[in-house]
Design a protein around this ligand. Structure first.
Ligand SMILES: Cc1cc2nc3c(=O)[nH]c(=O)nc-3n(C[C@H](O)[C@H](O)[C@H](O)COP(=O)(O)OP(=O)(O)OC[C@H]3O[C@@H](n4cnc5c(N)ncnc54)[C@H](O)[C@@H]3O)c2cc1C
Length: 392
């Protein structure tokens, strides 16, 4: 059976429009020709392939599903398919695109003033301005409500103090969407601040020693009496609803895209198993290898069906955070299991970066933790199912 036929065994292509397939196929060609040849080296050296940013912009990936302001205005299915292809290349590169689009451009598009939209969005869609999203702090990850970063009003400026940790794009960003508690108090006290590179008192540094998403930058942000003018405060949202709505948008596309890493692992492992011989037969001819490949394909097909349904619901305006939790929880776990299983098919070769599964496996450990940990999504589902809140 040809490669494409086995990976699309259940003919999911028949459920896609020509436009959706074209968006996916264009990105697939880009990944094959411009990402796969260089990504292993970037992962090994721990460097972000910044030269690809203008190409991602040309392909309409940055803020792909936003309307106007130079954005591509794709539907959720096209966006998901495009990001899935990007993640087939590398989760780090996809993380860059998710942060730029869903976590930075989305809040400016949804909650920004017209002046902020004009100032930031077209340049971000062109990849000329890079964004990052600061919610997590060193002591507050799963529980962002505890954040310590504070904003105090002083005339027509706000004075920001505190720090953020584990921030994708931190050291390469021109603008950081920073969520801080204001002195207004109460449930609505969290506001979004557009902190720009070069503002006095604003710093960013890389977090060393990362074994995951090595082709993506992750750092800390620090704020020491950073004066942010009122024109850089998002006027349209107050409270944790702001950052959580961004996360919901990002999680939806992550649930979709993560299967790209699983497909890369499955296709690579299948090819390797067909050519690698032991005991006078290709290892693909042994039942235990076939079981691994059958499990992988079965889970990929299920994850893709889930993603497609999720994105169609988004396009119909029917998506809820609980649906997103179920899909993110399932698809990331399944992709991680597939990467580990694929790694085992490569034997000793699988522990080197000569082959992609270990890179995907290590990357997916971050995806398992960010955008709501696997456990937190379990609790979201548990609460929806039982009515009991098991968070506290
Ligand atoms: C590579 C990378 C990039 C990231 N990029 C960003 C970014 O751009 N912006 C940003 O704001 N953040 C970012 N994050 C942070 C990410 O969102 C947090 O790591 C995540 O929310 C988890 O927080 P934590 O690491 O503090 O873990 P913790 O919250 O301390 O959790 C540790 C463990 O305890 C479990 N746990 C926590 N609470 C409960 C509970 N109530 N019940 C049961 N188990 C629980 C968790 O599931 C986890 O297993 C990134 C993280 C990584 C690794």
């Amino acid at each position: 059976m040809p490669r494409a036929d086995i990976t699309d065994l259940m003919r999911l292509d028949d459920l896609l429009s020509d436009e959706e397939k074209a968006a996916r196929d264009t990105m697939a060609r880009f990944v094959d020709t411009e990402v796969l040849p260089i990504i292993g080296q970037h992962f090994r050296e721990g460097t972000f392939p910044a030269h690809l940013v203008p190409r991602l912009a040309e392909l309409g990936v940055l803020g792909a599903n936003l309307q106007g302001y130079g954005c591509a205005g794709m539907n959720a299915v096209s966006q998901g398919l495009v990001l899935q292809e990007l993640e087939r290349g590398d989760s780090g590169l996809r993380s860059f695109a998710s942060v730029q689009g869903s976590l930075c451009m989305f809040p400016i598009h949804s909650y920004g003033s017209e002046e902020q939209k004009q100032r930031f969005l077209p340049a971000m869609a062109r990849g000329e301005l890079i964004g990052c999203f600061g919610l997590t702090e060193a002591d507050f990850g799963s529980n962002p409500a505890g954040m310590r970063t504070r904003a105090r009003r002083d005339g027509d400026t706000w004075v920001l103090n505190g720090s953020k940790a584990w921030i994708t794009n931190a050291t390469i960003a021109d603008v950081a969407v920073v969520w801080a508690k204001t002195d207004e108090g109460g449930a609505e006290s969290v506001r979004g601040f557009l902190v720009e590179k070069g503002m006095p008192g604003f710093g960013a540094r890389e977090i060393p020693g990362k074994f995951s998403l090595r082709a993506s930058t992750t750092g800390e942000l620090s704020f020491q009496d950073v004066r942010v003018p009122e024109r850089n405060v998002l006027p349209g949202v107050k409270g944790l609803r702001g950052p959580l709505s961004c996360l919901n948008s990002a999680r939806m596309s992550i649930a979709f895209s993560v299967t790209g890493a699983a497909i890369a692992c499955f296709e690579g492992a299948r090819e390797y198993a067909l050519t690698r011989g032991q005991f006078d037969k290709p290892i693909a001819a042994y039942q235990l290898t076939q079981e691994k490949l059958a499990d992988m394909l079965q889970e990929i097909v299920k994850a893709q069906l889930l993603s497609l349904r999720l994105a169609r619901l988004k396009d119909e305006g029917k998506l809820t955070p609980i649906m997103v939790s179920l899909a993110k929880r399932n698809n990331v776990k399944v992709a991680l299991d597939i990467a580990r299983s694929a790694r085992s098919i490569y034997g000793a070769n699988g522990v080197t970066d000569a082959y992609p599964p270990i890179r995907h496996m290590l990357n997916l450990e971050s995806v398992f933790t960010y955008e709501g940990t696997h456990e937190v999504h379990t609790l979201v589902l548990g609460k929806a199912i039982t009515g009991h809140d098991a968070f506290g």
